[in-house]
Write a protein that binds this ligand. Structure first.
Ligand code: FDA
Length: 309
C-alpha cells in the first residue's frame, strides 16, 4: 500500500521547518488547504459552525497552532480560544460547538503548569457560555502529561473530553480508566509517527485494537465519541451501541471538516449525533501534512494543483 511508504515520509515532513516555509508560502497550496481548513479567521470559523449547524452537524473547533517555542505564543493561542468562546456565546452557537485544544500549543513542552493554567481558563470560559473543552492527543511522549492535566481539569470541569489513540499499546489501560460515567472520550486511530516500542505498526492491528477499545468504551458508563471516517468502525460502533442498550444521545460520531462529508450527512439522517472537527487559523501546516499522510489520494490532488497551472 502506497500510504505505508509515503505516510512516514509525510509525517517527517510535517516536522520540517524548511518545508513548512516553502509549502506555506506557495499560493498554489491554498485551494488544497481550503479543503481541510475552514479559513484563517474567527469569522471563518463561526461561518463553518453555522454551515454545519444548518445541516444538523455540530462542531469542535481547533485554533491551529502547535509546537510553539515561547510563553508569549502559548498565551496568544490561549487568548485565541477565549475570543472564540466569547464569540460562540455572543452568536448563540456555543451549544453546538465544543473546542479542541492541543496542549503543545499552550506551552506543554515549555512548562506543564503553563499549559494546565491555559487549559483551565479555556474550560472555565467554555462552561460560562455553555460549550465544552476536549484535549486533543499528540505524540506518545505527551500522553502521560496530557492525561495528568485532564485529571486536574476534571476536578472542577468533569465535562472536559479526552482523546485516546488505538495505535498505542498503552491505550487499553487508559480506556478502562476513562470508561466511567460522565467521561467524554474521543477514540481515534492516531495520526503521529510512532516507534514500534510503543505502537502497532500495521493498519490491521490498529483497526483491531480500535474495535477492542470501542467495546470497552461502549460497555462503560461514559460518552464515547467515535472519531473515525472508517465505514467499518462506524458500523461496528452502531452495533455495539445497540448491543449495550445505549440511547442514541449517549454517544456521537466525529469526523474531520471536509472529509467524507456525505457520510456525515448520512449519519445525521439516520438520527445520530455528528460533530465535525473544524480547524482554522494561519498555522495549518502540521495539520495539513498529517491529513496528506493518511491518504495518498490527497497528496496526488495536492501535487496536481502545482502542475495544472
Ligand atoms: P483510516 O485512516 O483507516 O481511513 C478510513 C477511510 O476514511 C479511508 O479509506 C478514507 O475513505 C477515509 N479517510 C481517512 N482519512 C482521510 C483523509 N485524510 N482524506 C480523505 N479521506 C480520508 N489523531 C490524533 O492522533 N490525535 C487527535 O487528537 C485526533 N483528533 C481527531 C479528531 C477527529 C474528530 C477525527 C476524525 C480524527 C482525529 N485524529 C486525531 C486523526 C485520527 O487519528 C486519524 O489519523 C484519522 O481520523 C484517520 O483515521 P480513520 O479512523 O479515519 O481511518
Amino acid at each position: 500500500e502506497v500510504s505505508l511508504v509515503l505516510g512516514p515520509i509525510l509525517l517527517s515532513a510535517a516536522r520540517s521547518q524548511t518545508l513548512r516555509r516553502l509549502v506555506s508560502a506557495s499560493p498554489l497550496t491554498r485551494p488544497v488547504v481550503d479543503r481541510f481548513v475552514a479559513g484563517e479567521t474567527l469569522p471563518d470559523a463561526l461561518g463553518a459552525v453555522r454551515e454545519g449547524a444548518a445541516d444538523g452537524i455540530d462542531a469542535t473547533l481547533d485554533f491551529l497552532g502547535e509546537d510553539i517555542t515561547s510563553e508569549a505564543e502559548a498565551l496568544a493561542n490561549r487568548d485565541a480560544y477565549l475570543r472564540l468562546l466569547e464569540a460562540l456565546g455572543t452568536e448563540g452557537l456555543a451549544a453546538r460547538a465544543d473546542v479542541s485544544v492541543k496542549l503543545s500549543a499552550f506551552g506543554q513542552s515549555l512548562r506543564e503548569d503553563l499549559a494546565l493554567e491555559g487549559a483551565r481558563r479555556v474550560a472555565e470560559a467554555a462552561r460560562a457560555v455553555g460549550s465544552t473543552l476536549t484535549l486533543d492527543m499528540e505524540d506518545h511522549t505527551t500522553v502521560d502529561s496530557t492525561l495528568g492535566i485532564l485529571g486536574e481539569l476534571r476536578k472542577d470541569h468533569p465535562e472536559t473530553g479526552a482523546v485516546l489513540q488505538s495505535y498505542l499499546f498503552r491505550t487499553e489501560d487508559d480506556a478502562k480508566a476513562l470508561a466511567h460515567e460522565g467521561s467524554r472520550v474521543r477514540l481515534v486511530k492516531g495520526a503521529y509517527k510512532e516507534p514500534a516500542e510503543v505502537a502497532f505498526q500495521h493498519k490491521s492491528e490498529v483497526d483491531r485494537n480500535y474495535v477492542r477499545l470501542l467495546k470497552i468504551l461502549m460497555a462503560g458508563g461514559g460518552y464515547p465519541m467515535i472519531g473515525s471516517h472508517d465505514p467499518r468502525m462506524i458500523e461496528i460502533a452502531k452495533t455495539l451501541a445497540t448491543r449495550n442498550g445505549r440511547t442514541i444521545d449517549s454517544y456521537e460520531f466525529q469526523m474531520l471538516y471536509g472529509i467524507r462529508t456525505e457520510a456525515q450527512h448520512k449519519l445525521v439522517n439516520e438520527g445520530h449525533r455528528v460533530r465535525a472537527y473544524v480547524p482554522y487559523g494561519g498555522d495549518w501546516y502540521g495539520y495539513f501534512m498529517r491529513r496528506l499522510a493518511e491518504r495518498p489520494a490527497n497528496l496526488v490532488f495536492f501535487l496536481r494543483s502545482f502542475t495544472t497551472r
